[in-house]
Structure formats: C-alpha cells, structure tokens
Design a protein around this ligand. Structure first.
Ligand code: CO
Length: 190
C-alpha cells in the first residue's frame, strides 16, 4: 500500500517506535517512497511515523532538492549519545502544515545510527543537522514540536491546531486556508 502523510492529531504521531532489529526488504523498499513524499511536501527530513512506518527510521536531505541524490541520508535506529550548547531556531513540521515556532534545542549533538547496509556510524552535528536530528528523533519517540513550544506560541497557534483537529475528525488532510502560506512558500520543514 502506498505510504501517506500522517498529520496532527493522528495518534500514531504520539507512539514510541520500535528499534529496527532487521532491515527487511519491505522496509528498504519504502525508503524511496519516503523521500518522494518528503520532497512533495517540501521537507528536508521525514520520520517513519509521519508516513505510518512505525519503526526507527529517518530520511533527510538538508538541501531539500530531489536532484541532489548525494545529499540523501537514511538513518536507522538513530540515537543521540551526547548534547551540548543551546539554540533557539525556527522549526516547521510536515505533520503540522502551516505552523512554525522557535524551539529550544541543544546546539550540538553526537548521533549514532546505522545505514541501509547495516553499517554503524557516528556523526557530530550542529546547526541545521543538529536541529533536524533532535526534531526527527523526537518523532520516533512520539513527541511533536508543539510539546516543546512556548506557552505563548501554543496559544497563538491554538486556532490552527483546532482546525487540524477538525480536519482529522472529518477524515481529511489539513485544509489550507487563504491566510496560511502556500506550500511553495513554506520554509524547510521537518
Ligand atoms: Co516533524
């Protein structure tokens, strides 16, 4: 079955995903589809549960450019092993279209992960990659950025969240209103 974008408040976004014990052909076959959905929604990172794949897998391309295959990265069982510093940067989320807010994160992270060949890696990240890892690994733990927003931002975005809750109840993808930005104007989202 084709993968589909999962939007707030779908309860799958609040589940903690299981570790991947074995890279099955089924999972590997879903990776190109995950990238395709990410690009279609103008994202730079996508976590399994955002397309209903309830496993610890992330795909990313921080250029957001589907032509730049060399920048495509797949992270299996990614784990933050150390953090330092802080940053407060704007974030968006493909599962919360139209919403963006500044979120406090660590400034640098060290991440361990496996690639699609089962080889283990360690990566030190700062700036955009550090933000991406923290945002996406939160997804694998069932945590959305709205849980980390300031009370003022949460209040400001409440009408949009309520609108998405209505869309979800009605069984439709979030309706974009005129007063929201068009998808092509969106900032890079995760
Ligand atoms: Co997200």
């Amino acid at each position: 079955m084709a993968l589909q974008m999962v939007y707030y408040p779908d309860p799958r976004l609040n589940e903690r995903c299981k570790e991947i014990a074995k890279l099955t052909p089924e999972l590997v076959a879903q990776v190109p589809e995950m990238f395709d959905i990410m690009y279609k929604h103008r994202g730079i990172g996508l976590a399994g549960p955002q397309v209903g794949v309830m496993q610890r897998i992330l795909v990313a391309n921080i250029t957001g450019d589907r032509e730049r295959k060399k920048d495509e990265k797949v992270f299996i069982n990614p784990r933050i092993v150390s953090k330092s510093g802080t940053m407060l940067e704007e974030e968006g989320c493909l599962s919360l279209p139209g919403l963006n807010a500044r979120i406090k994160r660590a400034g640098e992270v060290k991440v361990e992960f496996y690639d699609l060949e089962g080889q283990g890696w360690e990566m030190e990240a700062d700036k955009l990659y550090a933000k991406l890892f923290q945002h996406e690994i939160d997804h694998l733990d069932g945590v959305l950025m709205i849980e980390k927003m300031s009370a003022a931002d949460l209040k400001a975005w409440k009408p949009l969240l309520e609108e998405m809750e209505g869309d979800f109840k009605a069984g439709r993808a979030p309706v974009r209103r005129r007063d929201r930005k068009k998808p092509e104007d969106d900032e890079a989202a995760e």
